[in-house]
Design a protein around this ligand. Structure first.
Ligand SMILES: Nc1nc2c(ncn2[C@@H]2O[C@H](COP(=O)(O)OP(=O)(O)OP(=O)(O)O)[C@@H](O)[C@H]2O)c(=O)[nH]1
Ligand SMILES: [Mg+2]
Length: 352
């Protein structure tokens, strides 16, 4: 379609779904943003350096932003290697250690030292970057898949530090329950003496037809078709007595599933402390918010793998009817390795 509109030399640079994402896709038709470029035939083909962001200025680009109600399957997404205009630099001596390259590319150092100690990884010394990337990805996936998992019960509480994104995550889960699972969830807002303003939650519940309770005595019995979700106020990770009071309330309510909500953008030491507190509160699952704020998610691997909690979902933005994924593994892999490294390794394969 782009070639029909822009001529034979046009090249698709990227395709992105801009509308109808997440649950919105049920109420609006999908829209695709297609960015294409048409090289100026009068200019010589430039020899570009993949790492030189100014290099693109030598090409007279014509960007075409076409939003169309087109079925996504009709648009062929460009392969990653085509996104780059040039071959990557060959590896120099200093870069021979592939793990070094990963560190320099922002891969978490704690994770790298852990990976080195995993027996299944074997000896990585002297391996090409592509082989190391493949091995590391496989090992991370295997370790992730071997973690014990548990399914959510009919009573689910969302725990976490103040502002972690608990209420936003709850709204996303509610929308998922209503629109995807076709269930009728209920919500209980706990306060336990700590103020828990509920304007946005109340309005959201009204909009999607979910009943919000403020007193536990009034809640009908929870069932698979009508699960109960509990919104908890933000309690500082240093306030042990408040947490124990919340724990008592959850025990009285018989809440077996407790999702620990972590703001993925926090420092790893703070996150590790949250996980320790979460474990003391019998947390069973893990949800990571603010994933969209991270440029590299590799620091989260050691926390996820060592937490003993079932990774449940990832929140990738503020949009309560979307921006949510239950495929934690895919999200983590996609945000762990810088895209240019993949492009570099792919090209090195092509050269050999
Ligand atoms: N960028 C981004 N912002 C988020 C995400 N999740 C939540 N937020 C924002 O983070 C802020 C706090 O979110 P809340 O859901 O109110 O957090 P909370 O844990 O319920 O807060 P307290 O109840 O005060 O403890 C809000 O401004 C949200 O819009 C996310 O995944 N990405
Ligand atoms: Mg809240």
């Amino acid at each position: 379609m782009i070639r029909e509109k822009l001529g034979e030399n046009a090249r698709v640079v990227s395709v992105r779904q801009t509308g109808g994402e997440g649950l919105k896709r049920f109420i609006s038709s999908p829209k695709l943003e297609v960015i294409a470029e048409v090289p100026d035939p009068d200019l010589p083909v430039p020899q570009l350096d993949a790492n030189d962001s100014t290099a693109t200025k030598t090409v007279d680009k014509q960007d075409a932003n076409a939003s169309a109600d087109v079925a996504p399957s009709k648009i062929v997404k460009p392969a990653k290697e085509n996104l780059s205009n040039s071959s990557p630099k060959p590896l120099d001596d200093e870069q021979k250690d592939a793990l070094n390259i990963l560190t320099k590319a922002g891969f978490d150092e704690t994770l790298i030292s852990q990976i080195k100690s995993w027996p299944e990884v074997g000896n990585l010394e002297g391996l090409a970057l592509a082989d190391v990337l493949r091995k590391v990805t496989l090992c991370l996936s295997d370790r992730y898949k071997s973690m014990p998992t548990s399914v959510l019960s009919t009573k689910v509480a969302l725990l976490g530090s103040p502002g972690a994104g608990k209420t936003t995550m709850l709204c996303k889960l509610l929308a998922h329950e209503v629109f995807i699972n076709k269930r009728i969830p209920m919500v209980l807002k706990l306060e336990n003496g700590v103020p828990n303003p509920d304007d946005s939650l109340r309005i959201f519940c009204d909009v999607i037809g979910v009943t919000l309770y403020r007193e536990s005595s009034k809640i009908p019995p929870a069932s698979l078709q009508s699960p109960l979700f509990i919104d908890i106020p933000g309690i500082s990770i240093n306030n042990a007595s408040e947490w124990s009071s919340i724990n008592n309330s959850l025990q009285e309510l018989g809440v077996n599933s407790r999702i620990l909500v972590l703001n993925g953008a926090y420092d790893t030491k703070v996150l590790a402390k949250c996980i320790r507190i979460g474990s003391n509160l019998d947390a069973t699952h893990l949800a990571i918010t603010h994933f969209d704020e991270l440029s590299n998610a590799s620091k989260l691997w050691p926390l996820i793998l060592d937490s003993g909690l079932t990774p449940y979902c990832i929140s990738t933005g503020q949009n309560v009817t979307g921006d949510f994924s239950s495929n934690v593994l895919n999200q983590m892999i996609a945000k762990s390795f810088p895209e240019n490294l993949y492009a570099q390794t792919f090209s090195s394969y092509q050269r050999t």
